[in-house]
Design a protein around this ligand. Structure first.
Ligand code: 5GP
Length: 189
């Protein structure tokens, strides 16, 4: 099968980026889909690396021009979306796209790409552990952590039954090998 996509969704702090980066290092045919966002860059983030950064006005204009496969206002005032041009760029190279996207976006992408897509939900062991991990990361304010934890709890409920595969990230090493196997099987189809 050509033109495949792999969708990873998880509450933030569930270890999604670690697992996605591990897979990107392992399978050279995988390429990360860089999303567009209207939020400000954090830390060392650069345009065209972690995200394509736009103002909210530019983002709205691109929505009107139908430039997106999907988009969402993930947090109030912060838009995130997948550009059609990004999907075309990666498929043109013969690569398989990896999406790291919020839960609602993941469900939408699975609906759009159907059999071409493998959708994986990464579940953190519990809301308490998720909170500890976010505190440990040290990049968010208390208010942001509370908001993310509340969002995570509702996402876990919403995700049940909507993904092809649910990966429980209790032990990172186990979760990585499980992800390797599921993704490897999908790539060889
Ligand atoms: P962050 O601001 O922490 O980088 O990302 C916030 C949330 O936006 C995460 O849950 C992330 O998965 C989600 N996100 C990133 N890119 C996209 C996208 O293209 N579309 C949607 N719907 N969500 C995205």
């Amino acid at each position: 099968m050509n033109n495949k996509v792999i969708i990873f969704s998880a509450p933030s702090g569930a270890g999604k980026s670690t697992i996605v980066n591990h897979l990107l290092g392992l399978y050279p045919e995988l390429e990360f889909s860089i999303s567009a966002t209207s939020r400000a860059p954090r830390g060392q983030e650069q345009h065209g690396v972690e995200y394509y950064f736009f103002t909210a006005d530019d983002f709205r204009r691109m929505i009107a021009e139908e430039k997106f496969v999907e988009y969402e206002e993930v947090y109030a005032g912060s838009f995130y979306g997948t550009l059609k041009s990004e999907v075309e760029r990666i498929w043109a190279k013969g690569n398989t796209i990896i999406f790291d996207i919020d839960v609602q976006g993941g469900v939408n992408l699975k609906r759009i790409f159907g059999e071409q897509a493998l959708s994986i939900f990464i579940q953190a062991p519990s809301v308490d552990i998720l909170r500890e991990r976010l505190i440990g990361r040290g990049t968010d304010t208390q208010e942001a952590i509370d908001r993310r934890v509340a969002k995570a709890a509702s996402e876990m409920e919403f995700a049940a039954g909507k993904f092809d595969y649910v990966l429980i990230n209790d032990d990172l090493q186990t979760a990585k090998s499980e992800a390797e196997k599921v993704v490897g099987d999908f790539l060889s189809k």
